[in-house]
Design a protein around this ligand. Structure first.
Ligand code: PLP
Length: 368
């Protein structure tokens, strides 16, 4: 009862959360302000502006929703879809399937275009199905964390044409691989703080295009979720700075952390950060291949920040526990039918450093 909390120091090289930048943790210990304090509103506005830069968008409604990445997914789906609306969802792993499930729960008529785990969605097929279904929206996962596959979102927009709204899950993408919300014609894009932004889990950055907001404004039924209804949340952002009204209590300390995390992203430079992830990810993937691991995601479509690899013969999944308990290194196992068959290694944000890749490789050589 009397001893303070002392969690161990782990090197987080799993599929999230990633290691947190020390200055982010320091920012989170700053004095808590009231959420309608003009000083806090200024911090909130700066956070939104930094998010616009990182999402590469001019969308006015760009903000962090309280909750983890799933809150972003939920908000995207429940605002855009009404019962009976048609949506086509690309499913090539756990998170595409989740988005299809969320859309089904919102009452939409969901058609999935599937690809084997590790492969990417066939953009041409997605376009064909979207036209056949006269889809209101198409949804894809840019960075499938369950497999390490990197779906080229730009190509998806080209193939589906300008008609459907495009919803993109970039939970593991934002800050790690190129993402161009405006240039690629993305209407709703959501992410999470705990991946390539290196901020603890707890917020889901999200952005809505003006076309998406028009769709929300034209709904015949109110959004079923009170908390995630952006037609109310947008009021906060559209009120003048001095007259911001209450919708929910902002999670102040998390916003401080995101503010600092985004400052670091922009200080490093987005392109530089993408390049750092690419270089470190390719280094790890080369080393793993040399050690006999079979890289799981399709060649040319591998995420640098999330590497998935089949275990070599004779190597047991239990070794992950040895890494964790004896070496304080966390990596992830496979999900679904790939549990026990693949490992998932994240080199994300602050964690995307060659010394971390080397520490893992040395540890693996020692235990295997
Ligand atoms: N989408 C993707 C691609 C993810 O990787 C995750 C989590 O890992 C989620 C959605 C859900 O995010 P969270 O676990 O933060 O709710």
């Amino acid at each position: 009862m009397k001893s303070p909390l002392t969690p161990p120091h782990r090197l987080l090289l799993g599929p999230g959360p990633s290691p947190v930048e020390p200055s982010v943790l320091r920012a989170m210990t700053k004095p808590v302000l009231g959420h309608l304090d003009p000083e806090f509103i200024r911090i909130m506005d700066q956070t939104a502006e930094r998010l616009r830069q990182v999402f590469r968008t001019r969308n006015r409604l760009t903000f962090p929703i309280p909750g983890t990445g799933s809150a972003g997914m939920e908000a995207a789906v429940v605002n855009i879809l009404e019962p009976g609306d048609s949506i086509v969802v690309g499913v090539n792993g756990v998170f595409g399937a989740r988005m299809a499930d969320a859309a089904t729960r919102a009452g939409a008529a969901v058609t999935t275009v599937e690809a084997p785990w590790g492969a990417i969605i066939d953009a041409e097929e997605l376009g064909k199905v979207a036209r056949e279904q006269n889809a209101k929206a198409v949804a894809v996962v840019q960075a499938e964390t369950s497999t390490g596959a990197h779906t080229p979102v730009e190509l998806i927009r080209r193939e589906i044409g300008p008609g459907p709204l495009l919803i993109v899950d970039s939970v593991t993408g934002l800050g790690g691989v190129p993402l161009e919300v405006d240039k690629w014609g993305i209407d709703v894009c959501f992410s999470a703080t705990q991946m390539c932004l290196s901020v603890p889990p707890g917020l889901a950055p999200i952005t809505f295009s003006s076309r998406a907001l028009q769709v929300v404004a034209d709904r015949t039924m109110p959004v079923q979720s009170w908390y995630f209804d952006v037609s109310m949340i947008r009021q906060y952002w559209e009120d003048g700075e001095a007259s911001r009204s209450y919708h929910h209590t902002a999670p102040i300390s998390m916003i401080y952390g995101l503010w600092e995390g985004l400052r670091l992203v922009l200080e490093e430079g987005l392109e530089e950060r993408w390049n750092r992830h690419r270089e470190v990810g390719e280094f790890l993937q080369g080393e793993l291949a040399d050690m006999g691991f079979d890289l799981f995601a399709a060649e040319d479509y591998r995420l640098p920040q999330l590497t998935s690899a089949r275990l070599p013969p004779g190597v047991k999944d239990d070794l992950r526990q040895v890494l964790l308990n004896d070496m304080d290194i966390e990596i992830g196992g496979g999900l679904g039918e790939y549990a026990g068959k693949i490992w998932r290694i994240g080199l994300m944000g602050f964690g995307a450093r060659k010394e971390n890749a080397l520490r893992l490789i040395q540890a693996l050589r020692a235990v295997m």
